[in-house]
Design a protein around this ligand. Structure first.
Ligand code: SAM
Length: 282
Protein backbone atom coordinates (compact mmCIF):
# COMPACT_ATOMS: atom_id res chain seq x y z
CA UNK A 1 0.00 0.00 0.00
CA UNK A 2 2.79 2.37 1.05
CA UNK A 3 4.81 1.49 -2.05
CA UNK A 4 1.81 2.17 -4.24
CA UNK A 5 1.42 5.58 -2.64
CA UNK A 6 5.11 6.35 -3.11
CA UNK A 7 4.93 5.30 -6.73
CA UNK A 8 1.92 7.52 -7.26
CA UNK A 9 3.65 10.47 -5.60
CA UNK A 10 6.74 9.97 -7.73
CA UNK A 11 4.61 9.85 -10.85
CA UNK A 12 2.72 12.95 -9.81
CA UNK A 13 5.99 14.76 -9.16
CA UNK A 14 7.25 13.87 -12.59
CA UNK A 15 4.09 15.12 -14.23
CA UNK A 16 4.36 18.42 -12.39
CA UNK A 17 7.97 18.78 -13.36
CA UNK A 18 7.58 17.44 -16.87
CA UNK A 19 7.05 20.78 -18.54
CA UNK A 20 9.54 22.62 -16.47
CA UNK A 21 13.25 22.08 -16.50
CA UNK A 22 14.78 23.62 -13.37
CA UNK A 23 16.82 26.72 -14.24
CA UNK A 24 20.16 27.10 -12.55
CA UNK A 25 20.33 30.81 -13.35
CA UNK A 26 17.27 31.37 -11.14
CA UNK A 27 18.51 29.12 -8.34
CA UNK A 28 15.69 26.65 -8.89
CA UNK A 29 15.80 23.77 -6.42
CA UNK A 30 12.26 22.77 -5.63
CA UNK A 31 11.04 21.49 -2.30
CA UNK A 32 8.15 19.08 -2.34
CA UNK A 33 8.12 17.30 0.97
CA UNK A 34 4.78 17.69 2.65
CA UNK A 35 6.06 17.04 6.19
CA UNK A 36 8.83 19.55 5.78
CA UNK A 37 6.46 22.14 4.36
CA UNK A 38 4.13 21.59 7.34
CA UNK A 39 7.09 22.06 9.65
CA UNK A 40 7.87 25.36 7.91
CA UNK A 41 4.30 26.58 8.41
CA UNK A 42 4.41 25.45 11.99
CA UNK A 43 7.62 27.22 13.02
CA UNK A 44 6.59 30.33 11.09
CA UNK A 45 3.30 30.24 12.98
CA UNK A 46 1.16 30.82 9.91
CA UNK A 47 -2.55 31.16 10.65
CA UNK A 48 -5.71 32.71 9.21
CA UNK A 49 -4.57 36.15 10.44
CA UNK A 50 -1.25 36.04 8.57
CA UNK A 51 -0.54 38.27 5.60
CA UNK A 52 2.35 36.56 3.88
CA UNK A 53 4.89 37.38 1.20
CA UNK A 54 6.73 34.71 -0.76
CA UNK A 55 9.71 35.26 -3.04
CA UNK A 56 10.00 32.64 -5.77
CA UNK A 57 6.98 30.28 -5.59
CA UNK A 58 8.55 27.99 -8.20
CA UNK A 59 6.18 25.08 -8.80
CA UNK A 60 4.01 26.27 -5.93
CA UNK A 61 4.48 23.58 -3.29
CA UNK A 62 5.08 25.95 -0.36
CA UNK A 63 2.75 28.47 -2.01
CA UNK A 64 -0.16 26.03 -1.85
CA UNK A 65 0.29 25.48 1.88
CA UNK A 66 0.63 29.21 2.50
CA UNK A 67 -2.56 29.95 0.56
CA UNK A 68 -4.44 27.25 2.46
CA UNK A 69 -3.33 28.48 5.86
CA UNK A 70 -2.95 32.26 5.68
CA UNK A 71 -5.25 35.23 5.23
CA UNK A 72 -3.52 36.45 2.09
CA UNK A 73 -0.39 35.59 0.13
CA UNK A 74 1.47 37.71 -2.39
CA UNK A 75 4.23 35.99 -4.35
CA UNK A 76 6.90 37.37 -6.68
CA UNK A 77 8.19 35.06 -9.41
CA UNK A 78 10.76 36.02 -12.05
CA UNK A 79 10.54 33.01 -14.38
CA UNK A 80 8.25 33.63 -17.39
CA UNK A 81 7.77 29.91 -17.90
CA UNK A 82 6.30 29.36 -14.43
CA UNK A 83 3.69 32.10 -14.58
CA UNK A 84 1.02 30.32 -16.69
CA UNK A 85 1.48 27.18 -14.61
CA UNK A 86 1.09 29.06 -11.31
CA UNK A 87 -1.84 31.13 -12.56
CA UNK A 88 -3.65 27.97 -13.59
CA UNK A 89 -2.80 26.08 -10.43
CA UNK A 90 -4.15 28.83 -8.20
CA UNK A 91 -6.79 30.43 -10.45
CA UNK A 92 -9.59 29.78 -7.98
CA UNK A 93 -7.76 31.12 -4.96
CA UNK A 94 -9.04 34.50 -3.91
CA UNK A 95 -6.48 35.08 -1.19
CA UNK A 96 -3.52 34.92 -3.59
CA UNK A 97 -1.78 37.42 -5.83
CA UNK A 98 1.05 36.44 -8.14
CA UNK A 99 3.36 39.21 -9.30
CA UNK A 100 5.46 38.37 -12.33
CA UNK A 101 8.58 40.36 -11.56
CA UNK A 102 12.19 40.18 -10.44
CA UNK A 103 11.86 40.78 -6.71
CA UNK A 104 15.10 42.75 -6.69
CA UNK A 105 13.69 45.17 -9.27
CA UNK A 106 10.26 45.47 -7.69
CA UNK A 107 9.11 48.78 -6.27
CA UNK A 108 7.68 47.59 -2.96
CA UNK A 109 6.36 50.97 -1.78
CA UNK A 110 2.92 50.18 -3.13
CA UNK A 111 2.90 46.62 -1.90
CA UNK A 112 3.75 47.62 1.66
CA UNK A 113 1.50 50.67 1.72
CA UNK A 114 -0.85 50.45 4.72
CA UNK A 115 0.47 47.00 5.55
CA UNK A 116 1.84 46.07 8.94
CA UNK A 117 2.87 42.74 10.40
CA UNK A 118 3.79 41.06 7.12
CA UNK A 119 5.44 37.67 7.39
CA UNK A 120 7.88 36.67 4.70
CA UNK A 121 8.16 32.92 4.11
CA UNK A 122 10.31 31.69 1.25
CA UNK A 123 12.68 29.12 -0.16
CA UNK A 124 14.75 31.76 -1.87
CA UNK A 125 17.27 31.64 -4.71
CA UNK A 126 20.53 31.46 -2.75
CA UNK A 127 22.52 33.65 -5.12
CA UNK A 128 20.65 36.71 -3.83
CA UNK A 129 20.29 35.88 -0.12
CA UNK A 130 21.95 39.04 1.23
CA UNK A 131 20.34 41.40 -1.31
CA UNK A 132 16.91 39.95 -0.46
CA UNK A 133 17.44 40.42 3.28
CA UNK A 134 18.73 43.97 2.73
CA UNK A 135 15.75 44.82 0.59
CA UNK A 136 13.32 43.40 3.15
CA UNK A 137 15.01 45.37 5.94
CA UNK A 138 14.16 48.58 4.09
CA UNK A 139 10.55 47.72 4.93
CA UNK A 140 11.16 46.64 8.51
CA UNK A 141 8.37 48.94 9.73
CA UNK A 142 5.94 46.78 7.77
CA UNK A 143 7.44 43.36 8.37
CA UNK A 144 7.31 41.37 11.61
CA UNK A 145 9.10 38.17 10.77
CA UNK A 146 11.13 36.70 7.92
CA UNK A 147 11.51 32.94 7.47
CA UNK A 148 13.95 31.84 4.82
CA UNK A 149 15.42 28.65 3.49
CA UNK A 150 19.07 29.48 2.90
CA UNK A 151 22.40 27.69 2.57
CA UNK A 152 23.25 26.00 5.85
CA UNK A 153 26.52 27.91 6.25
CA UNK A 154 24.79 31.22 5.67
CA UNK A 155 22.10 30.39 8.25
CA UNK A 156 24.84 29.54 10.74
CA UNK A 157 26.53 32.84 10.09
CA UNK A 158 23.39 34.93 10.37
CA UNK A 159 22.27 33.22 13.59
CA UNK A 160 25.73 33.07 15.11
CA UNK A 161 26.64 34.30 18.61
CA UNK A 162 29.75 36.12 19.91
CA UNK A 163 32.97 34.08 20.02
CA UNK A 164 31.77 31.66 17.35
CA UNK A 165 33.94 31.22 14.27
CA UNK A 166 30.80 31.89 12.24
CA UNK A 167 30.56 35.49 13.41
CA UNK A 168 30.90 37.83 10.46
CA UNK A 169 29.89 41.17 9.08
CA UNK A 170 26.63 39.57 7.91
CA UNK A 171 25.85 38.42 11.47
CA UNK A 172 26.15 41.94 12.86
CA UNK A 173 24.46 43.50 9.84
CA UNK A 174 21.36 41.32 10.37
CA UNK A 175 21.35 41.28 14.17
CA UNK A 176 21.41 45.09 14.26
CA UNK A 177 17.80 44.96 13.04
CA UNK A 178 16.56 41.57 14.15
CA UNK A 179 16.73 38.54 16.39
CA UNK A 180 17.83 35.49 14.47
CA UNK A 181 17.31 31.77 14.99
CA UNK A 182 18.72 28.71 13.21
CA UNK A 183 15.54 26.67 13.13
CA UNK A 184 16.46 23.38 11.47
CA UNK A 185 18.77 21.80 8.92
CA UNK A 186 17.39 20.55 5.61
CA UNK A 187 19.56 17.95 3.83
CA UNK A 188 20.25 18.67 0.17
CA UNK A 189 18.52 15.44 -0.89
CA UNK A 190 15.18 17.02 0.00
CA UNK A 191 15.45 19.32 -3.03
CA UNK A 192 14.88 18.61 -6.68
CA UNK A 193 17.31 18.93 -8.41
CA UNK A 194 19.70 18.10 -5.54
CA UNK A 195 22.00 21.09 -4.92
CA UNK A 196 25.64 20.84 -3.84
CA UNK A 197 25.12 21.98 -0.25
CA UNK A 198 22.72 21.44 2.65
CA UNK A 199 20.23 24.11 3.59
CA UNK A 200 18.72 25.41 6.78
CA UNK A 201 15.55 27.18 7.73
CA UNK A 202 16.24 30.52 9.35
CA UNK A 203 14.01 32.79 11.44
CA UNK A 204 14.54 36.57 11.54
CA UNK A 205 12.35 38.59 13.91
CA UNK A 206 12.48 42.35 13.41
CA UNK A 207 13.32 44.26 16.60
CA UNK A 208 10.21 46.40 16.83
CA UNK A 209 11.66 48.28 19.81
CA UNK A 210 14.54 49.49 17.58
CA UNK A 211 16.82 48.37 20.40
CA UNK A 212 20.03 49.20 18.57
CA UNK A 213 18.88 51.68 15.93
CA UNK A 214 17.78 54.03 18.72
CA UNK A 215 21.34 54.15 20.10
CA UNK A 216 23.41 54.83 16.99
CA UNK A 217 22.84 55.88 13.39
CA UNK A 218 22.92 53.10 10.79
CA UNK A 219 25.54 55.07 8.91
CA UNK A 220 27.96 55.24 11.83
CA UNK A 221 27.39 51.63 12.88
CA UNK A 222 28.09 50.28 9.42
CA UNK A 223 31.10 52.52 8.91
CA UNK A 224 32.79 50.93 11.96
CA UNK A 225 31.46 47.46 11.23
CA UNK A 226 32.90 47.35 7.72
CA UNK A 227 36.35 48.26 8.93
CA UNK A 228 36.22 46.09 12.04
CA UNK A 229 35.58 43.00 9.90
CA UNK A 230 37.80 44.05 6.98
CA UNK A 231 40.39 41.41 7.90
CA UNK A 232 39.08 38.61 10.10
CA UNK A 233 42.54 37.41 11.04
CA UNK A 234 43.56 40.79 12.42
CA UNK A 235 42.65 42.25 15.80
CA UNK A 236 39.98 44.93 15.89
CA UNK A 237 42.66 47.46 16.88
CA UNK A 238 44.61 46.71 13.71
CA UNK A 239 41.52 46.90 11.53
CA UNK A 240 40.35 50.21 12.98
CA UNK A 241 43.67 51.94 12.28
CA UNK A 242 42.25 52.63 8.81
CA UNK A 243 39.69 54.92 10.44
CA UNK A 244 42.54 56.97 11.93
CA UNK A 245 42.52 55.53 15.46
CA UNK A 246 45.85 54.67 17.05
CA UNK A 247 46.27 51.22 18.60
CA UNK A 248 46.47 52.85 21.99
CA UNK A 249 43.16 54.68 21.69
CA UNK A 250 41.42 51.50 20.50
CA UNK A 251 43.18 49.46 23.20
CA UNK A 252 41.93 51.75 25.97
CA UNK A 253 38.38 51.64 24.59
CA UNK A 254 38.59 47.84 24.42
CA UNK A 255 39.60 47.61 28.05
CA UNK A 256 36.72 49.85 29.04
CA UNK A 257 34.25 47.37 27.51
CA UNK A 258 35.98 44.45 29.21
CA UNK A 259 37.93 43.14 26.19
CA UNK A 260 41.64 42.56 25.77
CA UNK A 261 43.74 44.76 23.52
CA UNK A 262 44.05 41.87 21.06
CA UNK A 263 40.28 41.30 20.82
CA UNK A 264 38.78 40.39 17.45
CA UNK A 265 35.47 41.63 16.17
CA UNK A 266 33.85 38.17 16.33
CA UNK A 267 33.94 38.40 20.14
CA UNK A 268 31.48 41.29 20.14
CA UNK A 269 27.71 41.24 20.46
CA UNK A 270 25.87 44.06 18.68
CA UNK A 271 25.36 45.86 22.00
CA UNK A 272 29.03 45.55 22.95
CA UNK A 273 30.06 46.86 19.57
CA UNK A 274 27.79 49.90 19.92
CA UNK A 275 29.15 50.59 23.45
CA UNK A 276 32.67 50.29 22.12
CA UNK A 277 32.02 52.81 19.31
CA UNK A 278 30.51 55.15 21.89
CA UNK A 279 33.68 55.02 24.02
CA UNK A 280 35.95 55.42 21.00
CA UNK A 281 34.11 58.56 20.00
CA UNK A 282 33.77 60.08 23.48
N1 SAM B 1 9.52 28.07 -3.53
C1 SAM B 1 9.80 27.01 -4.48
C2 SAM B 1 10.06 25.72 -3.75
O1 SAM B 1 10.27 25.78 -2.53
O2 SAM B 1 10.02 24.66 -4.37
C3 SAM B 1 10.96 27.36 -5.40
C4 SAM B 1 12.26 27.66 -4.71
S1 SAM B 1 13.62 27.94 -5.78
C5 SAM B 1 14.93 27.69 -4.63
C6 SAM B 1 13.72 29.70 -6.03
C7 SAM B 1 12.58 30.34 -6.80
O3 SAM B 1 12.82 31.75 -6.88
C8 SAM B 1 12.42 29.86 -8.22
O4 SAM B 1 11.07 29.68 -8.52
C9 SAM B 1 13.00 31.02 -9.08
O5 SAM B 1 12.49 31.09 -10.38
C10 SAM B 1 12.62 32.21 -8.22
N2 SAM B 1 13.47 33.40 -8.40
C11 SAM B 1 14.80 33.43 -8.66
N3 SAM B 1 15.24 34.69 -8.72
C12 SAM B 1 14.16 35.49 -8.46
C13 SAM B 1 13.97 36.90 -8.40
N4 SAM B 1 14.98 37.75 -8.58
N5 SAM B 1 12.71 37.38 -8.16
C14 SAM B 1 11.67 36.53 -7.98
N6 SAM B 1 11.80 35.18 -8.03
C15 SAM B 1 13.02 34.67 -8.27
Amino acid sequence: MKRKKEKYQKKKKNIENENHKAKKKYGQNFLNDSNLLDEILNVANIDEETEALEIGPGLGFLTEKLIENSKFLTAFEIDDDLIPFLNKKFEKKENFKLIHQDFMEANLEKFFENKLNIKVVANIPYYITSPIINKLFEYRENIDEIYLMVQKEVAKRIASQPHSKNMSLLTHAVQFYAETEYLFTVPKEKFDPVPKVDSAFLGIKILKDKRYESQISEEKYFKYLKEAFSNKRKSIANNLMKLGFSKDVVGNALEKVGKTRLARTEEFSVQEFIDFIGILES
